[in-house]
Design a protein around this ligand. Structure first.
Ligand SMILES: Nc1ncnc2c1ncn2[C@@H]1O[C@H](COP(=O)(O)OP(=O)(O)O[C@H]2O[C@H](CO)[C@@H](O)[C@H](O)[C@H]2O)[C@@H](O)[C@H]1O
Length: 482
């Protein structure tokens, strides 16, 4: 039996992306189709989305959705079956999906994402033009309230899955918004949307879901602890029988060094020599010296989560050892400034580009020798998966999905040809320095290094395995609800 699934997300690649959530929301529908799951994805009608719609049909209209007139448009874009919440009052704005160009969150985000979630629950209840979902899968706090609206409304019987991509973002607001959310009074309370005296969107989703998933097995364990649970560990432990860790995958149509049109020269594990042209292109792009020293790359949000504050010292250390560094990212302004300062001090050795540049991220994976990911926590991490596929050796902290996907180059693993990267713990400056020492040493041993590159390129983190796990989960929840 084909399963009809409504996915609700606040971003989706290739239409709108600020991070890994978009990659997952964009790749899962195709992977799930091969598992007999037909996905339609509800997303907000940001300008970038509306611009791509072409011929779209209004399949639902609202005169007053949290004070705005809105409609749901159905369209196919790049093979994605989309339902777009077109609500210009909420989404037709200059800036990013969550805030203005200056990085300030919109102050009506509570209303914008309650509206998205309300629309999701309405589609779950009524369907659109005869299409009714058998199950609803929502992503992160921006969509999590869908599960609460469903639970306290006519779609209560439809199974709901909430996926946590990052517990650090929870959608916490004051208690004062509750009367405007349009939920019944019984939704207020410890088993509902109330969260430490305020309103918690992700929390409301987690208590309302039939299954909670997160994006790696290790992170599923870690969030049960106070250190990584970010205030929700009690709730998560109480629902542990409903908790699943399913690893993200790589969209191998987009991330394939043999066919990638965004890199200087395609290559494969058998013909690694092709990387040299990408390496040179990367050096040119970042103004790095042309020499044989290892090039480390960073493609990341520049934040505390990603351990980027540790990178300022670590960059000095890498340069002192003769290495080079190319950074692409944006985020905390002081960190951006500090990295630019390091690049100024070390011309030819450190290059920094502040901003978001999808094509450049491909060239970096293809030309970099190693990618540095010193995250303090990492629900899954996608850049190490792309790196593995591109023969760019990951140097990662042993947390979350990083721990689940990279095999450390200890003596035994190197001897067995199994090593795929360098894994260090804890996520602190000392251990990061140690990892950089190991990286520079290992890079000097060309045979061991290439063996590591090839082992990483052979590792299979494509979507079929994970999509099968999601499909099994959906089938069991549908059977349970029947
Ligand atoms: N400046 C830039 N220019 C171009 N591309 C850039 C970029 N900065 C980042 N990217 C890209 O954005 C994505 C980031 O994905 P990650 O999984 O690493 O982290 P993120 O923290 O956003 O996602 C959260 O959700 C995902 C999905 O579940 C989890 O893997 C992760 O652990 C969790 O923190 C990658 O595709 C990367 O290439």
């Amino acid at each position: 039996m084909t399963i009809k699934l409504l996915s609700v997300a606040s971003e989706i690649y290739p239409l709108i992306k600020t991070g890994g959530l978009a990659d997952v929301a964009g790749a899962l529908p195709g992977a799930l189709a091969r598992q007999g799951v037909q996905v339609r994805t509800l997303i907000p009608g940001y300008p970038a989305v509306i611009a791509r719609l072409g011929k779209a049909k209004a399949v639902r209209r609202y005169d007053d959705l949290f004070g705005a007139s809105a409609s749901v448009l159905a369209a196919q874009v790049d093979g994605l079956d989309l339902l777009v919440l077109d609500a210009p009052d909420f989404f037709a704005r200059e800036g990013g999906p969550y805030g203005d160009h200056g990085g300030n969150d919109w102050n009506d985000n509570w209303r914008r994402f309650a509206a998205l979630s309300r629309a999701g629950a309405d589609i779950a209840a009524d369907g659109v033009k005869g299409w009714r979902p058998d199950i609803v899968h929502v992503h992160d706090w921006q969509a999590a309230m869908t599960a609460a609206y469903m639970r306290f409304g006519p779609a209560a019987h439809v199974p709901k899955v909430v996926t946590i991509h990052n517990l650090a973002f929870q959608g916490r607001y004051s208690a004062g918004i509750f009367p405007d959310l349009g939920l019944p009074p019984e939704a207020w309370g410890v088993d509902g949307v109330e969260y430490y005296g305020g309103t918690g969107y992700l929390k409301a989703g987690l208590v309302s879901a039939d299954a909670i998933t997160t994006v790696s097995p290790s992170y599923a364990q870690e969030i049960r602890s106070a250190v990584h649970g970010m205030g929700l560990d009690g709730l998560i432990n109480g629902r542990v029988d409903r908790l699943h860790g399913i690893l993200n995958g790589v969209d191998t149509d987009i991330w394939n060094p043999a066919t990638d049109g965004l890199i200087a020269k395609p290559y494969s594990a058998r013909a690694l020599g092709g990387r040299a042209a990408n390496r040179r292109a990367l050096e040119r792009r970042f103004g790095l010296d042309h020499d044989g020293a290892p090039i480390c790359i960073i493609v990341s949000r520049l934040t505390w989560q990603k351990g980027m504050d540790m990178m300022i010292d670590a960059a000095e250390h890498l340069v002192a050892l003769g290495g080079k560094l190319a950074v692409l990212g944006s985020g905390d302004h002081p960190l951006e400034g500090a990295l630019l300062g390091a690049a100024d001090r070390h011309r030819g050795r450190i290059g920094v580009q502040i901003g978001y540049d999808e094509p450049l991220s491909h060239l970096m994976q293809a030309g970099g020798d190693a990618i540095l990911i010193p995250s303090r926590f990492e629900p899954c991490g996608l850049t190490q998966l792309y790196a593995l596929r591109y023969g760019c050796v990951p140097v990662v902290a042993r947390v979350g999905g990083l721990a689940d996907t990279v095999i450390d180059a200890n003596e035994a693993a190197v001897g067995a040809g199994a090593a795929t990267g360098i894994v260090f713990t804890p996520s602190d400056p000392l251990a990061l320095h140690g990892a950089i020492n190991r990286l520079v040493d290992l890079y000097g041993d060309k045979v061991a290094w290439q063996a590591m590159q090839r082992a990483g390129m052979r590792a299979d983190f494509s979507w079929p395995h994970s999509a099968a796990k999601y499909a099994d989960l959906y089938r069991s929840l549908i059977a349970e609800a029947a």
